[in-house]
Write a new protein. Sequence first.
Length: 282
Amino acid sequence: MSQEHGAVGASTHAARAQLELRADCGSCFGLCCVALHFTASAEFAANKPAGQPCANLRGDFRCGIHARLREEGYSGCTVFDCYGAGQKISQVTFGGRDWRGDPASARPMFEAFPVMRQLHELLWYLTEALDFPAAQPVRSALRQAIGATRELTRADAAALLAVDMAEVRGEVNALLLRASELARADVPGRRPNHRGADLIGAGLGGADLRGASLRGALLVAADLRRADLRRADVIGADFRDADLRGADLTGALFLTQAQLNAAKGDATTTLPEPFERPAHWS
């Protein structure tokens, strides 16, 4: 896939590697299995309050049913991505002190984790936008935003909890939106705007969604078979159980592996590099 179609290029991967935006569970103290709240549903087999370890968390901070999460009723775990926030909190913010060995660190660690996760998610998207060839007009602003956000991730737990995430997200989202508009500006024809739309169960089979805005759209169980999603902006779109068989996602903007893991697809689904075809796809 070419860079001109919004591909995630080599420079994006290098930047993400430098910022350590990929989860390293071996360097984390199982924070996603402890800090977060789970509600019993089709995605989680049992209720789990925030701050309470999941019953499947082992003493070495690994998941005891990792290879069987879907079969055991924990499909929600398979679509979660901390963007490297877990190891950042564990090894940097708290200097390698774990919440079991140092119980006093537990509460601030669990409270800081969701904040760090949001900051890392913003860094993930900013580094991608920086690689859009058409984003030249906002490239300097993107670099500044990356620097400012990265600086926030270096703060201690107390400072992290004081971050106004609504303000930070608002500023970054405005910049990402502008980058998206620039990247989609030359897509021919009408570019549908479904930003934030409720498209749960929608029949969109074969739809021309090239360059569409699907930002934050609810596409749960939507029929997107054979849909053309080339260069569509899918940031924050909910693809849980969406049918992507035969769909073309070439150059989709801000697509994540977690979104694909949440959806349904098959060998005819066209995926951009470097995404992997989820194991549960037919």
